[in-house]
Ligand binder design. Structure first.
Ligand SMILES: Nc1ncnc2c1ncn2[C@@H]1O[C@H](COP(=O)(O)OP(=O)(O)OP(=O)(O)O)[C@@H](O)[C@H]1O
Ligand SMILES: [Mg+2]
Length: 460
């Protein structure tokens, strides 16, 4: 496999040569760094802002894999490795000639390359659409865990974020030999009186109406995957029964005294915060730790707005597979990007269907093809940001005698406050949103923490 290699170190040519040779000997074809970068190895001997900026750029904010190698044990001990990850490194290891560092490097690059190949395979790329960092990070985690292990996975996320799609992906990527099917059980539809039979199956005559023997979900999922959707809805009594099967793979049919054996991969999904449910006594903690060996949290559509138009085009193509996907008029795509999606991807999908049912001709989708109730009520809101309400706020400030300088400063402070809050306090992402450098934002925040001067009383 190919990777670029770059040294952010002093002129220790001896070490450079030995690192280059050792890595090449592990079968890595070393090339020079060029853009777009692809996977790479970066050897460093100190943490500088130049290094962090390079990581950010070369990793395309985390899309490309970069392995950062500290040139010695002392170096790795002296840097904040978490900051390197934040800057865009996928991992940080130390070059240590006493262990097989080159093999460790090759192992990581190979694993990442396999995961990224799987991610780019048509069965993933054409079904789980998205190119945003949040989505790619999530998929990498799911694919790696599904492909290389057979442990339980808990998928969490708001309604419509794609939990069921991800559960299917887990099953598809599972490498168990002679793998059987995925069996889905929706825990919201479980009737407590019949639930035993749903899960365990029953013997003939076990209860009134049990005229034949029947297999339950545990038997049907044997050799395959059991997908428990909305697992947070599972009654406590059933949670206890489930625990035994998950732990030991043994169960009895209703009306039988014989233990049956089963072996399945467990995938659970919920839009609840299960840890909170555990805290409040509604979910067993021992079951939680069994089902959540790996947890994957799906981002809301609001956290991956870069994917909105990509998804919209994907749904259009699905609706009209034999036709060219139409363009979107500027007002249409701007509105799609701006609209709120409480139902996440499902919401967008429905919205696109409703537009496409009205769309005619070979031209672009236009605003008149939006259903009436979808049209923005406040037209100013979808136009420029410096709209009527903005002018009103400025007029009020002027009427109150606020000068131009203070208006400008307040607008800047408000923009910073909004960006930092929206990005959950992550200054790097906030700086990106504000189109300023990380350093400029850090400086602003640092000044903010200093005692206020008499003319700067804004609280941002
Ligand atoms: N990344 C995606 N690419 C393509 N389609 C998607 C994507 N995410 C979700 N969808 C589509 O959106 C719809 C909702 O997805 P899904 O049913 O998997 O969500 P969910 O999280 O299970 O929702 P709920 O909590 O309501 O059950 C489905 O039609 C699914 O195909
Ligand atoms: Mg679902």
């Amino acid at each position: 496999m190919k990777a670029w290699l770059l040294f952010f170190t002093g002129n220790n040519t001896l070490q450079r040569d030995s690192i280059t040779t050792a890595i090449s000997d592990e079968g890595i074809y070393i090339r020079n760094y060029t853009r777009p970068s692809g996977p790479g190895i970066l050897v460093f001997d100190e943490m500088t802002s130049k290094l962090c900026n390079f990581l950010k750029e070369a990793s395309r904010e985390g899309h490309e894999r970069i392995l950062a190698i500290a040139s010695s044990r002392n170096v790795i001990a002296s840097v904040n490795v978490w900051r390197l990850l934040q800057a865009g490194a996928s991992d940080v290891i130390c070059w240590d000639s006493s262990i097989d560092s080159a093999r460790n490097i090759a192992a990581r690059l190979t694993r990442w390359s396999t995961v990224d190949q799987l991610l780019n395979s048509p069965c993933v790329k054409n079904r789980l659409v998205g190119n945003s960092f949040a989505w790619i990070t999530l998929l990498r985690q799911v694919v790696e865990f599904s492909h290389f292990t057979d442990a339980s996975i808990l998928i969490t996320g708001e309604s419509g974020t794609g939990k069921e799609l991800v559960a299917q992906l887990v099953h598809e990527q599972d490498q168990r030999p002679k793998k059987k099917d995925i069996v889905t059980l929706d825990c919201t539809t479980i009737v407590p009186e019949l639930s035993g039979s749903e899960f365990f199956g029953h013997e003939r005559g076990a209860f009134t109406g049990a005229i034949t023997q029947r297999n339950g979900a545990f038997a049907l999922a044997d050799g395959g995957t059991l997908f428990l959707d909305e697992v947070g809805e599972l009654p406590l009594s059933l949670q206890a029964q489930l625990l035994r099967v998950v732990q030991e793979g043994m169960y009895k049919r209703v009306g039988s005294n014989t233990w049956q054996k089963t072996s399945f991969r467990l995938v659970c999904a919920t839009n609840k915060n299960l840890l909170q449910e555990v805290k409040e006594g509604r979910f067993r903690y021992d079951l939680y730790y069994r089902i959540a060996i790996c947890t994957c949290h799906l981002p809301t559509l609001a956290k991956r707005t870069e994917d909105i138009l990509l998804l919209a085009r994907y749904f259009m193509k699905k609706l009209q597979p034999d036709e060219e996907v139409p363009d979107l008029d500027e007002a249409v795509w701007k509105y799609l990007l701006k609209r709120k999606y409480p139902g996440n991807v499902r919401d967008l999908k429905q919205m696109v269907s409703r537009i496409m049912y009205r769309h005619v001709g070979s031209g672009p989708v236009t605003v008149g093809e939006f259903p009436e109730e979808e049209r923005p009520s406040d037209c100013y809101e979808t136009a420029d940001w410096h709209n009527e309400s903005f002018r009103r706020a400025i007029r009020t400030a002027l009427d109150q005698g606020v000068g131009l300088k203070d208006i400008g400063r307040t607008a800047e402070n408000t923009a910073v406050q909004i960006a930092v809050t929206d990005e959950g306090g992550n200054l790097q992402r906030a700086a990106h949103k504000l189109r300023i450098t990380d350093r400029a934002l850090q400086m602003r925040q640092a000044t903010r923490r200093q005692p206020e001067t008499s003319h700067n009383k804004e609280n941002f």
